[in-house]
Design a binder for this molecule. Structure first.
Ligand SMILES: [Zn+2]
Length: 189
């Protein structure tokens, strides 16, 4: 081989090397593009997760909305119940169920047959001790009584006109009766 042939071969090898590098460069570029596309295409997958999350959130929101509406329903029920309850107190607690006179005191009367204390509004402490001593006797000797009518209990005293709603002796009920009758709670003497 002469020197010229060797030079040509070297030149060709260099060209091949260069071409190879160029190809590699192009492949790199394409690879980068491909990776970029992957990342870009990957995005919707991430967004898909986001969508799932937001769907979850939506269903959670829906749940909490349901819960809210349930709560509203509950509180509405309670409110309407309270309105009826208050009306019954308005209607029956302003008069003493014993004498028919204007009520002046609130009393918690123990009713042994139900083993419960009930709030009544009376005109005087005398009525209170009369009722309480009546209830202290055996039930068959009672002149007065507390019975359930619908969802409420009613006290039936000497005055036979209907009866007085008798809420259980709780702080909340006492507050409501006090608020409506403007009377104070009394204890038996
Ligand atoms: Zn009285």
């Amino acid at each position: 081989m002469d020197t010229q042939t060797i030079l040509i071969i070297i030149a060709l090898l260099l060209l091949v090397c260069y071409m190879n590098q160029e190809t590699n460069r192009k492949i790199d570029i394409e690879n980068n593009k491909y990776i970029k596309r992957l990342i870009t295409n990957g995005k919707p997958v991430i967004e898909g997760n986001d969508n799932k999350k937001s769907t979850d959130k939506k269903s959670t929101d829906k749940k909490s909305t349901d819960k809210k509406s349930n709560d509203n329903k509950k509180s509405n029920d309670k409110e309407s119940k309270n309105i009826n309850f208050r009306k019954e107190i308005e209607n029956t607690h302003k008069r003493c169920p014993h004498t028919g006179m204007k009520s002046k005191i609130i009393a918690c009367i123990q009713y042994p047959p139900l083993n419960t204390g009930f709030l009544v509004s009376l005109c005087c402490p005398r009525c209170l001790s009369e009722i309480q001593s009546d209830f202290a006797r055996p039930q068959q000797d009672h002149n007065y009584k507390i019975t359930k009518k619908g969802e409420y209990y009613y006290f039936h005293g000497k005055d036979k006109k209907g009866g007085q709603i008798a809420p259980k002796c709780t702080l909340e009920n006492t507050k409501i009766v006090r608020e409506i009758t403007k009377n104070e709670l009394s204890t038996p003497s």
